[in-house]
Design a protein around this ligand. Structure first.
Ligand code: NAD
Length: 395
């Protein structure tokens, strides 16, 4: 099949910028039917060593200090926005205004206002978008969604969602942009809870009402030195600054007149390391998934019988996009593979014009939920989640 080159730009060469770039490199291998072939044109970062990496290791033809050069580049038609949250709104609005498609990282800005502005800019410009809700793409999650939709576990009664992570459990972990209100917005609500909420909304539909609480567990952190400082950087001693947003959040949820449930997120757990997951209970069975064992789905079908209870279903070619990566079952897929699925959805949206999910409308939907949780935690009351615009077409 003939392919057309799609000039790609990258704004910010951090963890996610590097991963988006590797995904563009791999996507045509795993999805050979795509009519677009990404070409890495230009990357932007304020740090020289990141720009060098973009050129020398990732293969961008050019690198620049100013993200506006990426937006303005005549050979760029699609842009990955992997900058810190406080830059999302300004960059995405400029990218949309330039008529360029974009793949942006969650949580899309610091606030619901930011996410709404980005969604409106994309709508107005008629560009296609993708958002980094990568956990949706795990084949075991797709299988859970198919089981729920088929009625195999009956009427869904309740759910337990979570994202328990230890990236900030170390008190010497530096005060990166993630802990500052003006640069990150919300804390774990924006960073991790958005992932957990997106997953639950993908599986069960919109969250309509919430009651939540939040807490800060480590109130002071060391200031970072010069150079790139990811949230994994640790400094012992030296000056410290205040953590301005929540480390932990928990909520009670209603899904219309359907299921009810709970969801928690923490960036400071000691034990669970990267445990985004869910347990979903129905009248005739249940499903449970935990990213730390990404390729396993716990499934219980039926209410009785001598073998009643959970059994482990290993991911295989019949689940989601697994067959794009491995020919036989039980050969583990990885986090990076999920980003390749996301790249394929982005390119397919650009190629066909159909907005596939997750796009910025899905980010706005998740943002409404976490923002309502933040307000509920402040007021101590149940609050309704504002209704969201139509989201993209899920696979
Ligand atoms: N989907 C996921 O699972 C996932 C995982 C991690 C991060 N994220 C999201 O990805 C985004 C980036 O996070 P990260 O972990 O890659 O961050 P990071 O700290 O690793 O990288 C951020 C990069 O942005 C650069 N930068 C800062 N200011 C800039 C500017 N004005 N112009 C250009 N570049 C600039 C920094 O130099 C750095 O290289 C965030 O929105 C985050 O929430 C998503």
């Amino acid at each position: 099949m003939s392919t057309t080159e799609l000039g790609v730009g990258l704004i910010s060469v951090g963890w996610m910028g590097k991963l988006h770039s590797r995904s563009y490199d791999r996507v045509n291998y795993h999805y050979p039917e795509l009519g677009l072939r990404p070409r890495l044109v230009i990357a932007a970062d304020v740090l020289a060593e990141q720009r060098d990496f973009a050129r020398d290791a990732l293969g961008y033809a050019q690198a620049t200090e100013d993200w506006r050069d990426v937006v303005a580049h005549p050979d760029v038609q699609a842009i990955s926005i992997t900058a810190p949250n406080y830059l999302h709104r300004e960059i995405a609005s400029a990218v949309a205004a330039a008529g360029k498609h974009f793949w942006i990282e969650k949580p899309v800005g610091r606030t619901t206002d930011d996410a709404a502005a980005v969604a409106a800019a994309a709508d107005k410009a008629g560009v296609r978008t993708a958002v980094g809700f990568n956990y949706r793409h795990a084949p075991s999650v797709t299988h859970a969604r198919d089981l729920i939709a088929s009625g195999a576990i009956g009427r869904i009664t309740h759910v337990r969602g979570r994202f328990l992570n230890d990236y900030a459990a170390e008190p010497g972990g530096v005060l990166s942009w993630r802990f500052q209100r003006d640069r990150a917005g919300l804390g774990v609500l924006g960073d991790l809870m958005t992932h957990a909420v997106d997953l639950l909304q993908y599986l069960l539909g919109p969250v309509t009402e919430v009651s939540a609480l939040t807490s800060i567990v480590i109130p002071e952190r060391p200031l970072p030195g010069d150079g790139p400082s990811t949230h994994f950087a640790v400094v012992e001693g030296g000056p410290t600054g205040p953590v301005e947003n929540e480390d932990y959040a928990a909520g009670l949820l209603r899904f219309g007149d359907g299921p009810v449930g709970t969801v928690e997120a923490s960036r400071v757990t000691v034990g669970p390391r990267c445990q985004i997951g869910f347990e979903i209970f129905g009248t005739d069975g249940s499903v449970a998934w935990n990213f730390e064992r990404m390729n396993e789905l716990e499934v219980c079908l039926g209410r009785t019988g001598p073998d009643h209870g959970y059994r482990t279903v290993l991911a295989g070619p019949e689940h989601g996009d697994y067959r794009r990566f491995q020919p036989g079952p039980a050969i583990s897929m990885s986090y990076d593979d999920l980003k390749v699925v996301e790249a394929a959805l982005f390119l397919r949206s650009v190629e066909t014009g159909e907005q596939l999910a997750p796009g910025v409308a899905d980010a706005l939907a998740a943002s409404h939920v976490v923002d309502t949780m933040a307000r509920s935690a402040e007021s101590g009351s149940w609050l309704k989640v504002p209704a969201t615009v139509a989201t993209g077409t899920p696979r």
